[in-house]
Design a protein around this ligand. Structure first.
Ligand code: UDX
Length: 440
């Protein structure tokens, strides 16, 4: 089939490449001419495993092209996927639908007779119906559930497909688009617009709640002397609970979960439904960042001013260069404001971090960041950081103090190598230097 993908950011670029991989002829559209040109030349402006290779292969074969012209897209496509961003509004918690509304209006103006406009962006419930009522072209909603770092895999082999449709014809067209995925046995839920929109926001609300639940348990463990790592492991063995998205630590960030739960609570309130628990989920999440800052203070005996802090991690999660609402950079910026001398290292997110936080220091490697540090914070769990030899790291720093904000470093190994080791929600191993005078 001939498909267009409107908006070639993170979601759209991945969707366009994967649709080409499924055998379709795809035209990606972006209003940013630089982005469209880069993608057309096979260059991906962000880090996502496997995506660059896929885009290079399909642009070379001619099955995937990019444009800035709505006219060209309208003439080309039978099905148009709209994948533009719906960020949080600057004046509150609601989603900003400006780009989405513009994209729908512009493609509708040029679409061929019988075309289908398919929304993939995360939207407040009620948006699809409103857009459909405002245009003569048929609309469907097909939410995406891809995770950064696994975007290609999640698109080609999703857990489920959801089609929000008003007619059999729209369902048939979408079944045609995803024929290869459906043949592989992927479950399909066909429903109305409202439910399709809600599946996405409800899924993200549930995931955020799960993470904040275990982080609230981490707070209890800290008060009671428990170990949230073991608690999470034991809870996860219960099939009804499951161990995924149950890792305690500095909490969730990124371009989706934080803004989606706020927009969801806001939209529900407009509809007269109180989802106040999502505000608590948000608050628990933000408290974990406060806790890291408090632990940093504690390990520096209250003397943050002038402390040299090595920050391992800048991306909101590993296998990504996305720094949107990154817990690591939020903590780094706060310590910087308190007078710490913070040096950040991340395997992929350095350019983005430097642009957003130009006043922080940046190292060329983990070892470079560790050199001379008074305190180390580990806040993004890249495998490279997990593999660091604690004895080697101890030989580089000025003082061996570390906070593991992701709960993946081996406490016994690190404290055995002489580190004062603290982790969120886990008992603190005794450190022999704990009572000694501070060295700097
Ligand atoms: C999320 C949803 O998972 C995805 O389905 C949706 O389409 C978009 O939003 P993503 O933002 O890529 O995807 O990241 P995810 O893997 O869910 O992680 C979000 C944040 O939660 C990260 O900061 C991660 O470090 C944190 N996290 C995740 C935890 O703190 N604990 C966990 O157990 C899992």
């Amino acid at each position: 089939m001939r498909l267009t993908v409107i908006g070639t950011g993170y979601l759209g670029a991945t969707h366009a490449a994967c649709m080409a991989e499924l055998g379709h002829e795809v035209l990606g559209l972006d209003v940013d001419a630089g982005k469209a040109a880069a993608l057309g030349a096979g260059r991906v402006p962000f880090h996502e495993p496997g995506l660059a290779a896929l885009i290079a292969r399909h642009t070379a074969s001619g099955r995937l092209r990019f444009t800035t012209s709505y006219e060209e897209a309208g003439a080309f496509g039978q099905v148009h996927f709209v994948c533009v961003g719906t960020p949080q509004r600057t004046d509150g918690d609601a989603a900003d639908l400006t780009h989405l509304e513009e994209a729908f209006a512009r493609i509708a103006r040029h679409a061929r007779k019988g075309a289908l406009l398919v929304g993939k962006s995360t939207v407040p419930v009620g948006t699809a119906a409103r857009l459909a009522d405002a245009t003569a072209v048929e609309v469907a909603w097909n939410p995406e559930f891809l995770r950064e770092g696994f975007a290609v895999e999640d698109t080609l082999r999703p857990d489920r497909l959801v089609f929000g449709v008003r007619t059999r014809r729209a369902e048939r067209l979408l079944r045609g688009v995803y024929a290869g995925v459906l043949q592989a046995g992927t479950p399909l839920v066909v429903t109305g617009f409202a439910t399709a929109e809600l599946v996405k926001t409800a899924a993200n609300a549930f995931l955020a709640t799960k993470i904040s639940f275990i982080n609230a348990m981490a707070e209890v463990c800290e008060a009671a002397g428990g170990d949230v790592g073991k608690l999470s492991e034991a809870l996860g063995h219960d099939d009804r609970i499951g161990g995924k998205h149950l890792r305690a630590g500095v909490g969730f960030g990124g371009g989706c979960l934080p803004k989606d739960i706020r927009a969801f609570a806001h939209r529900a309130a407009e509809l007269g439904v109180d989802l106040g628990f999502l505000r608590e989920v948000d608050a628990i999440n933000m408290r974990r960042r406060d806790r890291v800052v408090a632990l940093a203070r504690e390990l520096c005996r209250g003397r943050i001013l002038g402390a040299r802090v090595a920050m391992l991690g800048a991306a909101f999660k590993p296998d990504s260069d996305d720094i949107r609402d990154s817990p690591a950079l939020n903590v780094a910026a706060r310590l910087g404001l308190d007078g710490a001398d913070v040096t950040v290292y991340d395997p992929e997110a350095m350019d983005n971090a430097r642009k957003a936080f130009p006043l922080l220091g940046y190292a060329v490697s983990a070892g470079d960041a560790l050199r001379g540090a008074d305190l180390v914070l580990h806040l993004t769990e890249w495998p490279e950081f997990r593999d660091i030899d604690p004895a080697w790291a101890a030989s580089l720093v000025a003082c061996p103090r570390i906070v593991d904000g992701r709960g993946v470093l081996d406490a016994d190994r690190w404290s055995g190598a002489g580190w004062w080791f603290r982790s969120l929600g886990r008992p603190a191993p005794r450190w022999e230097g704990e009572d000694a005078e501070i060295r700097w």
